[in-house]
Design a protein around this ligand. Structure first.
Ligand code: PHB
Length: 391
């Protein structure tokens, strides 16, 4: 009897706490799953720093609710991502899942997002198909085709005729390879060879030799953020720069996080991408200054800006929806437009993918540092893969 009484009293007390305190049930939790360790750790470091900066600047209360950021490390291993996402949905009762440093991680969570009606905000991965895998996915990062198609156009119009394609052998690499080849050959260029190398711990040297032997004007390359430094090092070690071969590609290879360490051999390299820390706008200058100040001088890269915008999307969806159920939040995200440090962006209401400018940039030395300096703009680019299907 007594035991039951105490249990009952304890339950009543807990219930009272739950309503009186209210804070816990009212919290909006954001589960950010990122590779904080392993090969993709630069993405995790950049994204976590950007998400924290956004909260430091905008406060931790939105639409009357306290926002709690939970950062979890999946090491970019999709089985981990899935297990962590499940735990965040079931036990932490997160309102949003966000992050995903690589495509397989984002894909692994899609069925859980659908089942739990939990918005999955993709702030890193870039394969076109991701947003089609759940109606609860929205993306603030990029697709590979978004940068690759403008790159192919620019190359074809600027005297590059023969290219060897070199990509990491997984989904975003396949997207980059295909969208480059389709556009470049349509514009009169020739792809001499399509080389794929392993994603994990790649040794580029033998593949670079195979590319060099074909004497292309340029090598089109896609490697995920974090691998550009070693690619460029091996390119230079094998003398490909001296042989007059150019590097072109989406800007992942001249990632702002690593660019300064690549040395003067990359000066003059032309890439296409949606973000450069050198982007000339007041919004970006303020972002870069605040990011550096909060992170011992670390320069933000395209992953940082994708996470920062992911937080913006989350905050504004909460404000606009005034509710926290997945359907209301995804509806609020559709069509949202804002000024990002990268320039103007919006969420395509049909695909839930980001629409953004893509810039052609050249690596230059400014005040002793290397930067991707933008010199041409392809405005308001939707994911070309989905745009082609819709036509
Ligand atoms: C991806 O796995 O989708 C991915 C990761 C890093 C990048 C680009 C794409 O830089």
């Amino acid at each position: 009897m007594r035991r039951w009484f105490f249990l009952g009293a304890a339950c009543a007390a807990a219930a009272a706490l739950g309503t009186a305190g209210g804070a816990q049930a009212q919290d909006v939790k954001i589960g950010f799953i990122l590779p904080m360790t392993g090969q993709q750790q630069s993405t995790g470091r950049q994204e976590a720093a950007a998400a924290k900066l956004y909260m430091a600047q905008h406060g931790d209360t939105v639409a009357g609710k306290k926002v709690v950021l939970i950062v979890k490390d999946d090491g970019a291993v999709p089985d981990n991502t899935k297990r962590i996402a499940q735990d965040l949905i079931v036990n932490d009762k997160v309102t949003f899942l966000a992050g995903f440093g690589v495509t397989p991680a984002a894909l692994a969570v899609a069925p859980l997002a659908s089942e739990g009606k939990t918005p999955e905000i993709v702030t890193a991965a870039g394969t076109s198909i991701i947003t089609e895998k759940s109606p609860y996915i929205a993306r603030t990062s990029f697709t590979l085709a978004q940068s690759t198609v403008p790159m192919a156009d620019w190359a074809a119009q600027n005297g590059i005729k023969k290219v060897v394609s070199m990509v990491s052998d997984y989904a975003p690499g396949a997207d980059a390879e295909k969208s480059f080849k389709d556009e470049f050959t349509k514009k009169g260029g020739q792809v001499l060879d399509s080389i794929r190398f392993p994603l994990a711990n790649p040794d580029f040297a033998p593949f670079l030799q195979r590319a060099a032997d074909q004497k292309p004007d340029a090598i089109f390359v896609f490697v995920p953020s974090g691998q550009g430094g070693i690619f460029v090092k091996q390119f230079v070690e094998r003398g490909l720069d001296k042989a007059g071969i150019k590097i072109i590609g989406p800007g992942d290879v001249t990632d702002d996080d690593l660019l300064n360490g690549m040395g003067d051999a990359v000066v003059g390299t032309i890439t296409a991408h949606f973000y450069s820390a050198d982007h000339d706008s007041p919004t970006n200058k303020a972002f870069v200054a605040a990011f550096k100040a909060a992170n011992n001088g670390m320069r933000p890269n395209f992953m940082a800006v994708s996470a920062y915008d992911g937080m913006h999307l989350i905050y504004e969806a909460l404000n606009k929806a005034g509710k926290t159920d997945g359907d209301s939040l995804i509806a609020a995200a559709k069509g949202m437009a804002w000024e990002s440090p990268r320039g103007p962006v919006s969420i395509d209401p049909d695909t839930r993918d980001i629409v953004q400018n893509v810039y052609i940039r050249k690596v230059e030395k400014k005040n002793g540092e290397l930067y991707n300096v933008e010199f041409a703009t392809f405005p308001n680019i939707k994911d070309p893969v989905k745009a082609a299907v819709a036509k």
